[in-house]
Design a protein around this ligand. Structure first.
Ligand SMILES: C[S@@+](CC[C@H](N)C(=O)[O-])C[C@H]1O[C@@H](n2cnc3c(N)ncnc32)[C@H](O)[C@@H]1O
Length: 197
């Protein structure tokens, strides 16, 4: 697959504010990256009630930043709401009935070349893994598996409490957006990588 669309970052930000109607909270910084903060406000519940699921409104925000994307892969998919953002799903847990039961650290069964956007939401800690009955993911291995086979121009939107280690000759960092949910919830960061051309 060839990815043709190249929306400049200022246009992505403008589309985000136009579509969501939220007050300006993300900007293109002097170094050319998108930075800012999302305060999820009252929109923090998880519709599926799945532990660690995306807060309501998260996918809508990402969609507004990436209106050009045609083929989405939900990595660590859990019970992601595909009615908001359609796409294929990958999870290691077969009980969740993902499109691909696979380990994100290898992704041998997944045709990565076909996607132009990867949404990644790994477990953040060993305590989280206990809830999912999985072992802790090595983030650098996931990034290596993605970097080896994603098509140039593909974006990876990674929600986490840690910046995953990545190869600078494979990915550039295009956005860093802090995410605040409600009181007593952990802060998270949305990191957006682009596979180099
Ligand atoms: C934070 S949850 C994702 C929740 C999802 N964003 C949602 O909205 O429902 C993390 C998911 O990663 C899965 N997981 C854990 N280790 C994995 C691995 N090595 N490969 C693929 N999936 C894994 C868990 O089964 C769990 O469903």
């Amino acid at each position: 697959m060839k990815i043709n669309t190249r929306i400049p970052l200022p246009d992505r930000v403008a589309n985000y504010h136009r579509v969501t109607g939220f007050p300006e909270s993300i900007f293109v910084a002097g170094d050319g990256r998108i930075v800012g903060t999302w305060i999820m406000g009252n929109d923090y519940r998880v519709k599926s009630a799945y532990y660690g699921g995306y807060p309501a409104g998260y996918l809508r925000r990402i969609k507004a930043l990436f209106p050009d994307k045609q083929r989405v892969l939900h990595l660590f998919s859990g019970r992601v709401d595909k009615s908001v953002m359609p796409g294929d799903t990958v999870d290691v847990n077969p009980e969740l009935a993902p499109d691909y039961v696979d380990d994100a650290q290898t992704l041998e069964r997944v045709p990565l070349e076909q996607y132009d956007l990867v949404m990644a939401d790994p477990p953040y800690s060993i305590e989280d893994c206990e809830r999912y009955q999985t072992t802790m993911v090595k983030r650098n291995k996931v990034m290596a598996a993605l970097g080896a086979r994603l098509t140039p121009g593909c974006h990876v939107v990674w929600l986490d409490q840690v910046l995953p280690m990545y190869r600078k000759d494979q990915f550039c960092l295009e956005a860093v957006i802090g995410m605040v949910k409600s009181t007593n919830h952990r802060f998270r960061v949305v990191t957006v990588f682009k596979r180099h051309n």
